[in-house]
Design a protein around this ligand. Structure first.
Ligand code: DGL
Length: 219
């Protein structure tokens, strides 16, 4: 099947890798929308216009499933996308809060973009649980910009945003850019397991592909 994905740059490649591992023979189209990074600091209207542009492009290329490989675009836009494109199977990427709570971790911190942290979906995911939320303005953008030629910019940004804390036993990486600097983040939370939503997305995409056995592995 033709699987389309997008993110505000390289972050969604962490999701792409997880999906490809399960489904190596599908055909992938990936939009690294770096010119519009950061999604996490845009108004809803602007973000939806950008996201719709990516969806239109992927559909033009023949995508049969669209993976929103971005927590921000998922939490803020996926409900509207499903209304506007009822025939398209969308798979979103959400902060792995459910996984953290179901796994029995007692002290959980969620790191995400400002837009994801203040989304309604975040409130739903947290529910009545005791979870700490930390918005990380500028982090996705810094990773996007300096990942390949980092002269300390990323660790400087992390030190500005995060505080060393041994009390967390789980930290949810609620932005697909953050797993790219997993080791750096781990240094701030040495006792925590770091969780992200990529595996959940991969499982969901696999279910959809398996429901279309004649299309599997075909483009
Ligand atoms: N990688 C995205 C996410 O998962 C977007 C980051 C951004 O552009 O702000 O939230």
């Amino acid at each position: 099947m033709k699987i389309g994905m997008f993110d505000s740059g390289r972050g969604g490649t962490t999701v792409l890798e997880a999906v490809k591992k399960r489904l190596p023979f599908e055909e992938y189209y990936y939009i690294a929308d770096a010119s519009n990074c950061p999604y996490g600091e845009k108004s809803d209207e602007e973000l939806y216009r950008i996201v719709r542009g990516n969806v239109e492009k992927l559909l033009e290329w023949g995508a049969e499933i669209i993976v929103v490989a971005c927590n921000t675009a998922t939490t803020r836009c996926i409900a509207r996308l499903r209304e506007d494109y009822p025939e398209v199977p969308f798979v979103g990427t959400e902060p792995a809060i459910k996984l953290a709570l179901e796994s029995g971790f007692s002290k959980v911190l969620v790191l995400a973009t400002p837009n994801t942290i203040r989304s309604e979906r975040m409130k739903e995911l947290v529910g009545n649980a005791q979870v700490d939320l930390l918005a990380c303005p500028g982090l996705a953008e810094t990773i996007e910009k300096y990942y390949e030629k980092d002269n300390g910019e990323i660790s400087a940004k992390l030190s500005e945003l995060l505080e060393y804390d041994e009390s967390y036993d789980a930290v949810v990486l609620g932005c697909t850019h953050y797993p790219l600097v997993r080791e750096e983040i781990q240094k701030f939370y040495p006792k925590a397991v770091l969780l992200d939503g990529a595996e959940g997305v991969a499982k969901r995409v696999e279910e959809i592909v398996n429901k279309n056995p004649f299309m599997k592995g075909k483009s």
